[in-house]
Design a protein around this ligand. Structure first.
Ligand code: BTN
Length: 321
């Protein structure tokens, strides 16, 4: 966005509903009042609800709910995650774009889109990516063997859950990697990896969070089992600030993954888990396992005590309860 437009929005937001005169704005920006008026007209076309009164000046009543990549860069407190932010209004899928640029991009690059035309979920499902959500993918380049990647998915689940909990939402992790609130899905994670002979080239960590989405806009089958941040807390959140907190949490967890014993991470995952202790039905490509979820292994496999009291370790599957 043009600097003058950004500055006008900043001045109006800063005045918190008090009028700011065209004269004052013009003087601060070094432009005429007529130019200020021209900018205001264009901002209105973009969805900024700016009231104007010839006597007092301009008041910003409402602004469009958009992620602001410049603001994000300014408030980020990370040193690796988010070093490069690629922001798009619309993409096929942030995971696809992240994959396309992965080899020539630094570790920590984040791809964000307001909407996705072909958002992808786990097991080949469609991920409905309507306006108001947080749809992003992170490029990671860990020097770890391939079978360690599922641990990164676990720590990402912890990071999302902690960020939601810090925002006052009682989020819990459903194995393998959904985040639920009151039993309804608020976030899904899709991890994709490129590796050669057991050595990881890069990992694409795709995270979808129903932030400010309106549940009525979801397809009915999705709506019934979903919730959103705004639905839980009763107001629209600042997605830019939320993403900054999420990237911070992801960085903390990624550092932990690289420096701490994995058992510490498992303990934290279990503390936040919605699944452990529950009777579950897990469908894998070749069987259905029913029983009680009792733990998680170092590889992220869930441990289920089946109906014959036999211990089953399941690395991937569709879990219901
Ligand atoms: C799931 O629960 O099935 C995983 C959903 C993952 C959705 C996110 S949104 C950002 C990224 N881009 C995609 O196409 N998918 C992931």
């Amino acid at each position: 966005m043009n600097d003058n437009r950004k500055e006008i929005i900043r001045l109006l937001r800063q005045s918190e509903g008090n009028p700011v005169s065209g004269q004052d704005i013009g003087e601060k920006l070094g432009i005429s009042r007529a130019m200020v008026w021209k900018y205001v007209r264009n901002l209105r076309k973009e969805g900024y609800d700016i009231r104007s009164s010839p006597k007092t000046g301009y008041i910003l009543d409402a602004y469009p709910d958009r992620i602001d990549p410049d603001e994000l860069k300014a408030i980020l407190k990370t040193s690796l995650i988010g070093t490069d932010v690629r922001y798009y209004s619309d993409l096929e899928s942030t995971n696809n774009t992240a994959r396309e640029i992965a080899t020539r991009s630094p570790e920590g690059t984040v791809v964000i889109a307001e909407t996705q035309r072909k958002g992808r979920g786990r097991m080949g499902t469609e991920w409905q990516s309507i306006p108001g959500g947080i749809w992003l993918s992170l490029i990671l380049k860990p020097s770890v063997p391939l079978d360690n990647v599922s641990k990164i998915t676990l720590v990402a689940g912890i990071a999302v859950t902690n960020t939601l909990r810090n925002a006052g939402i009682d989020a819990r992790i459903k194995w393998p990697n959904d985040v639920l609130v009151r039993g309804r899905k608020i976030c899904g994670i899709l991890t994709e990896v490129s590796a050669e002979v057991e050595k990881v080239d890069y990992v694409i960590l795709g995270i979808g969070i129903n932030a400010n989405v309106k549940l009525v806009d979801f397809r009915e089958d999705i709506r019934l089992n979903s919730t959103s941040i705004s639905n839980e807390i009763g107001k629209v959140i600042n997605r830019t600030a939320f993403i900054a907190s999420l990237l911070y949490e992801l960085e903390q967890q990624y550092i932990m993954f690289k420096t701490r014993k994995f058992t510490d991470i498992i303990d934290e995952w279990i503390n936040l888990s919605d699944t452990i202790g529950k009777e579950v039905k897990i469908k894998t490509p070749n069987k259905l396992i029913e029983g009680k979820a009792v733990g998680i292994t170092e590889n992220g496999a869930i441990v289920v005590l089946d109906r014959n009291n036999e211990r089953q370790e399941i690395i991937a599957g569709n879990c219901r309860y």
